[in-house]
Design a protein around this ligand. Structure first.
Ligand SMILES: [Fe+2]
Ligand SMILES: [Fe+2]
Length: 488
């Protein structure tokens, strides 16, 4: 990703201060020049933010930082700082801070606050300890991840209206674990991208390995959770969420093919790193709306080979790294070798390469991109893939994939002839004509959307006809919905 030299805004500076001050307070006297400068900066930043907001909430939510309702996107130079601050919050079991305006905020107030953050480390319940020891009117820790994001929900007539969607308040323990693993995978990949763009030496990726292993563990307990997670779409950070989704879908497909846990985890890492070489392509090119020129396309076509080079620069033994190289190298090669990188090598594409080619294409088609704001519905995406079957992608693996995601993949929205809008939960193996189990979506009193009754679409009436029929299939983002929020 290309470096950006845009000046840091107040939110960036707040994040930077919060990650610096706990260290500075430990090593410097309160009157030390650097410490004083940072305290002054924090005070000014808070006052600037308070001038525009009743209160300021800096919050960690699913591996991202939010300032009030706005998700923060960081310039490459700040990405590692932001990831470290998130780790700092996570380790202490809190989700950020609420800062309430205080007209006479002094640098001493800030010193006390930072000392309290440091003191909570090592406590049995750091969050609760911090809450008790802070007791300041102007700052309090956020101890629960009960964040509500405002989604735009388009109604049937196509008019958009901003309506809040309630975060599922009671996710299952497994769902929570998997969500955390997803957030960690995103954060690790972001850090890794920043590290490999800025370092010449070997880059550590032990945490990414661990996160993928955790995901493999989750998968062997409950496949459906990982499939639901793979419906997360992050428009602002397309490349990273795409890579995590490709890792998830590849692992699910690998498991369906009977691979063991270790192999599934290796495949997952290969999927996670398949587009690692995109760090070498200017971000403007990756986000370019419209078609590439011939020259630009030549540049984009370098990314599989770049990914291989980038993986080789990771800190691990060569035998292990060599296992990760094929999916990145082969994912655009096509099984008839008509794709890229062009090579005189006429060796068939490996199993892992074939798997990642399928999951990569599926995720790319069903995501909104700068040149295609409305994503293709899962049903249509599978149809496009069937047309490439046997030529560009492996037909047998595609069959297993379609079987896995179902004709109506997890998280797809369906409009029924009963005028109900439903979301697909899963499709049991013995279901008639691939008819899934779905939740009926309902509007709650506070104008939010929630999942209602669970129904089986293969249910029949006494005359043999189906109780409910599918009229139309939508990608959830067309409705501004995130299926994970509803399903998990
Ligand atoms: Fe790619
Ligand atoms: Fe990709």
């Amino acid at each position: 990703m290309s470096q950006s030299s845009a000046p840091l805004g107040p939110a960036d500076l707040l994040v930077q201060s919060l990650s610096r001050l706990p260290r500075l307070v430990k090593i410097h006297q309160p009157n030390h020049k650097i410490f004083v400068e940072n305290l002054e900066l924090t005070r000014t930043v808070l006052q600037t933010l308070w001038a525009e907001n009743d209160k300021v909430e800096l919050r960690l939510h699913r591996g991202r930082l939010y300032l009030n309702q706005a998700r923060l996107n960081f310039a490459p130079i700040l990405q590692v700082t932001a990831a470290k601050l998130m780790e700092f919050f996570e380790e202490r079991g809190f989700y950020g801070f609420t800062f309430t305006p205080k007209a006479d905020l002094s640098t001493n107030d800030i010193v006390e606050f930072v000392r309290a953050i440091n003191a909570c480390q090592g406590q049995a319940e750091p969050g609760a300890f911090l809450l008790k020891s802070l007791q300041r009117a102007w700052v309090s820790p956020i101890l629960e991840d009960n964040f509500k994001i405002t989604y735009a929900f388009s109604d049937e007539s196509g008019e958009s209206a901003g309506r809040p969607l309630v975060w599922n308040a009671n996710p299952s323990a497994e769902g929570q674990r998997a969500r955390k693993a997803y957030s960690r995978a995103l954060a690790e990949l972001t850090k890794l991208n920043a590290a490999i763009s800025s370092t010449k030496g070997l880059v550590n990726f032990a945490k990414s390995r661990r996160v993928v292993q955790d995901m493999a563990e989750s998968l062997f307990r409950d496949e459906n959770i990982l499939l639901s997670l793979s419906t997360i779409r992050d428009y602002d950070d397309y490349t990273c969420s795409h890579c995590v989704n490709v890792a998830l879908l590849s692992m699910c497909l690998g498991r369906r093919l009977g691979l063991g846990k270790m192999e599934v985890a290796t495949l997952g890492l290969g999927g996670l790193f398949h587009d690692l070489g995109k760090v070498d392509i200017p971000i403007e090119l990756i986000r370019k709306p419209g078609k590439f020129t011939d020259l630009e396309y030549e540049e984009v076509k370098k990314h599989p080979l770049n990914s291989v080079c980038r993986i080789l620069s990771l800190n691990a033994d060569h035998a292990f790294k060599s296992k990760l190289l094929l999916p990145p190298f082969e994912h655009h090669l096509n099984i008839n070798l008509s794709g890229y990188p062009e090579s005189s090598r006429r060796v068939p594409v490996s199993l892992f390469g074939r798997i990642v080619a399928i999951t990569d294409l599926y995720d790319a088609l069903t995501s909104s991109r700068s040149y295609r704001p409305v994503p293709i519905s899962p049903e249509k995406a599978l149809e496009i893939m069937i047309n490439k079957s046997g030529v560009e992608i492996d037909s047998l693996l595609l069959k297993v994939f379609i079987n896995m995601v179902g004709v109506y993949p997890v998280g797809t929205l369906l409009l029924l002839d009963t005028r109900e809008i439903v979301i697909v939960r899963d499709t049991p193996a013995n279901s008639e004509a691939g008819r899934p189990w779905v939740y009926i979506l309902e509007k709650a009193d506070n104008d939010t959307i929630r999942k209602g009754e669970l129904v089986d679409l293969s249910q029949k009436r006494a005359d043999g006809g189906f109780v409910r029929n599918i009229l139309h299939c939508f990608h959830p983002t067309e409705f501004g919905l995130s299926p994970t929020d509803i399903l998990l």
